[in-house]
Ligand binder design. Structure first.
Ligand SMILES: CN(C)C[C@H]1CC[C@H](N2C(=O)N(C)Cc3cnc4ccc(-c5cc(Cl)c(O)c(Cl)c5)nc4c32)CC1
Length: 334
């Protein structure tokens, strides 16, 4: 096991839980609390000119504080590596949860998960971000089967707001909107709606609306906007999917309309909403646990936390203890 000096005494690295592109993600233990975390390890050499994407993702994750967006606890930068310490999702990928035998979810279960995705994306858009790479691999579950959105390496925050046009073609073609694969100028919010339509279709049907081994056939299918509507889809499901998989982005349902759509609210008391948890909430139990260990006064710990850039070990310890408390566990610290 290669040892990273930068993590010594802070995190114990365990198995690799995945890798993609220029990053390797390892399971690790946050030594002070014993909590599991995921550490995304990137070496600067192989990052090459993708380096700005790391800064973008770190900035996005520091800003985005939402119960269905994976939490960033700490960032460690050395001459050779970036380490992003992120909330661990022990439930794995949402689509693995669907399982092979069932391969699709009931409308009720799909709605439970899809509302969480809509809440996260509505929150993202409200802060001027677009994810631009919404796909099953980027939708994970934590131990309580809460949905967590991940991988903000492609997310964009156009300088003059979410409704200014983007041009970069990115993300995976299977989930990409027609305007994106045509290389047209597009709105991040509109391409995210299309990708969510593909996700909803996959949840309800167990297969993809547009799929083909050859890229040009795949493109042709996407640009046609034609897909099968299996017999088990309710008319309400069909209507919502049609509203999201509109080829013309201007005819596509907006995120606000989506939050209030009858399919989304069916069986629930209220439309999808999100809480602007933009800053830290102060928790005295967590602070007193930390002060019992490091000997500092709770008020000093809090002052340093608020002043910090919120990505140091102290912040990680605070947030992990807060998670433990919110899960009703004891605030033990080793
Ligand atoms: C296909 N991708 C480009 C990489 C893949 C790496 C493994 C990862 N994973 C998995 O695939 N499990 C099945 C286990 C697992 C458990 N917890 C995780 C917690 C966080 C993340 C994570 C990964 C990346 Cl690349 C991020 O940017 C963020 Cl913000 C978060 N990935 C996790 C993760 C999913 C993505």
């Amino acid at each position: 096991m290669v040892r990273y000096i930068a993590l010594k005494g802070l995190y114990d690295l365990e198995k690799t839980i995945g890798s993609g592109g220029f990053a390797k993600v390892k399971l690790a233990t946050h030594i002070a609390t014993g909590e599991k975390v995921a550490i995304k390890i990137m070496d600067k050499i192989s990052l090459g000119d993708d380096l700005p994407r790391v800064k973008l993702e770190v900035q996005a994750l520091k800003t985005l504080l939402h119960q269905h967006i994976c939490r960033l606890y700490q960032v460690i930068e050395t001459d050779s590596h970036y380490f992003m310490v992120i909330e661990y999702c022990s439930g794995g990928e949402l689509f693995d949860h669907i399982g092979i035998e069932k391969n699709r979810l009931s409308e009720t279960e799909s709605r439970k998960f899809f509302r969480q995705i809509v809440s996260a994306v509505a929150y993202l858009h409200s802060l001027g971000y677009a994810h631009r790479d919404l796909k099953p691999e980027n939708v994970l579950l934590d131990r309580e089967e809460n949905l967590k959105l991940i991988d903000f390496g492609l997310c964009a925050k156009p300088k003059n707001g979410i409704d200014s046009h983007l041009q970069t073609s990115c993300g995976s073609p299977t989930y990409a909107a027609p305007e994106l694969i045509l290389g047209k100028k597009y709105l991040g919010s509109e391409v995210d709606i299309w990708s969510m339509g593909v996700l909803l279709y996959a949840l309800l049907c167990g297969f993809l609306p547009f799929d083909d081994n050859s890229i040009e056939n795949l493109y042709r299918k996407i640009l046609s906007g034609k897909y099968d509507e299996p017999s088990w889809l309710s008319s309400s499901s069909k209507r919502l999917i049609r509203a999201m998989l509109q080829i013309d982005p201007k005819k596509r349902i907006t995120i606000q309309e989506l939050c209030n759509h009858p399919w989304i609210t069916a069986g629930f008391l209220n439309p999808v909403s999100f809480v602007h948890k933009t800053n830290f909430e102060k928790d005295d139990d967590v602070l007193s646990t930390m002060s019992a260990i490091c000997g500092e006064h709770a008020s000093d710990i809090w002052r340093k936390l608020v002043k910090s850039d919120r990505t140091d070990y102290r912040t990680a310890t605070y947030l992990l203890l807060l998670d433990r408390k919110l899960r009703g566990l004891s605030l033990r610290i080793s």
